[in-house]
Design a protein around this ligand. Structure first.
Ligand code: PLP
Length: 431
């Protein structure tokens, strides 16, 4: 198949490297050019139910035949109403007002629009700035990239806002003080919202909020009339062993954004769920909330989202994510004893990060590309894991993420570890 494609006119994500052409996938495996890869990261932490789960494909087919698309300014549709009901029922606290998009970036943009509109309607039109954490990734559209502290900013730096200025902090006290200082330096009348990831994804590989951090920043946000937005594009819907990642950390944000998993790997689907008090304000505006995209809330996507939640709920997969995550973590600890490259382990449930350092405990320079080298070594051993090279202040951190689907079985976990073991050896030989 691959050899028949004479010239590649597609923009490749890996210049300088010819990637295999994937032909089919099911469950935890992807087949490409005669090889079978164990997918332990769902591309970019996308899959909770594996590839092409039969119930998800069935929901997609059924809805596409019945009512594939409607435009939100002309019609409501039943899958959208039902998905909003499911998300409102599962979301913590008073979070209940939903809006759907197609990508995580879009949903973070919608959260930005929502926050600005909310403060305008509350008589504070000057609140148009945002704050986020230095080590973070919120998406690649310009607003979401402005919120991100990631390396992807670099070529566009001059176009972007400097929102990602709040240090990630090791303690709740430091975190609260850093946020308060940032709000004061911008001026509380200008700051609309503070955006966090409860557990980071590509930025730093599963760095968690410190104990007490979320309640502490919640209190600062309330004191200065700043909304708290949790980017749960990776952590929503059970990956970390709770329905929402912020539920681990003892406070409820005003808005949660989500993406990736809710589309079941078969459609691009994302969204946000906002607090009742935001709804009550925005519903007083004649235009309501209209800042979405062409496919916002379209029925095919939303029907898939409903099926994803139903399967997770009916099969008790959130609890399974916690249990399987605990087993994977225990196995990672055993592996760590044999591999000096595995400097630190972190994460929850099926979002497990491994920080990589040299045998003396020093960070590798960015130019060494060690996290990329490990993921390539893993792919050479037919295992897919995710590379997270990240700037941390003036330093560089290398890490990888293991983020398998909730349906991963015991034999597949064992296979994952056998392959990871040899991939680590392959890289350690080059050090
Ligand atoms: C935490 C987080 N937020 C937002 C995004 C952006 O999502 P998308 O790539 O679907 O636009 C990502 C993507 O990796 C992410 O990890």
């Amino acid at each position: 198949m691959h050899s028949q494609v004479a010239t590649d006119y597609s923009m490749t994500a890996s210049p300088g490297r010819v990637l295999p052409v994937a032909e089919r996938a099911a469950g935890c495996y992807i087949e490409a050019e005669g090889r079978r890869y164990l997918d332990a990261c769902g591309g970019a932490m996308v899959l909770l139910l594996g590839h092409s789960h039969p119930r998800i494909v069935e929901a997609l087919e059924r809805q596409a035949r019945e009512l594939a698309f409607t435009y939100r300014f002309s019609f409501r549709n039943r899958p959208m109403l039902e998905l909003a009901q499911r998300v409102a029922r599962l979301a913590p606290g008073e979070l209940e007002w939903c809006f759907f998009n197609s990508s995580g970036s879009e949903s973070n943009e919608s959260a930005v629009h929502l926050a600005v509109l909310y403060w305008e309607l509350r008589g504070k039109p000057g609140k148009i700035e945002f704050l986020s954490r230095v080590t973070s990734f919120h998406g690649s559209t310009l607003g979401a990239l402005s919120l991100s502290g990631s390396r992807w900013r670099a070529p566009f730096e001059l176009m972007l806002k400097k929102y990602a200025v709040v240090p990630n902090a090791d303690t709740a006290e430091e975190g609260a003080a850093a946020l308060e200082a940032a709000i004061q330096s911008r001026g509380p009348d200008h700051v609309a919202a503070f955006v966090i990831e409860p557990i980071t994804g590509s930025s730093g590989a599963a760095v968690e909020l410190p104990e007490g951090y979320l309640p502490a920043v919640r209190e600062i946000c309330d004191r200065y009339d700043v909304l708290l937005i949790a980017d749960e594009v990776i952590t929503a819907f059970g990956r970390t062993g709770r329905w929402f990642g912020s539920e681990h950390f003892g406070a409820v944000p005003d808005v949660i954004t989500f993406g990736k998993a809710i589309g079941g790997g078969v459609v691009p689907l994302s969204g946000l769920v906002a607090a009742r008090r935001i709804r009550e304000v925005i519903e007083t505006s004649p235009s309501g909330f209209s800042y979405g995209h062409t496919f916002s809330g379209y029925p095919t996507g939303c029907a898939v989202g409903c099926a994803v939640i139903d399967v997770i709920e009916q099969e008790g997969l959130v609890e399974q994510a916690a249990q399987k995550g605990a087993r994977i973590r225990a196995d990672l600890e055993k592996l760590q004893a044999r591999h000096p490259l595995m400097y630190a382990l972190r994460g929850r449930g099926l979002l497990q990060g491994i920080e990589l350092r040299d045998p003396a405990g020093a960070r590798f320079p960015a130019t060494r590309g060690i996290s990329g080298a490990l993921t390539r070594a893993a792919q050479n051993r037919d295992l897919m894991i995710y590379a997270c090279p990240t700037p941390v202040g003036n330093q560089h951190m290398d890490a990888v993420l293991i983020a398998p689907p909730m349906i991963i079985g015991d034999a597949e976990i064992q296979e994952l570890f056998e392959k990871l073991d040899v991939a680590l050896e392959d890289v350690e030989k080059t050090l």
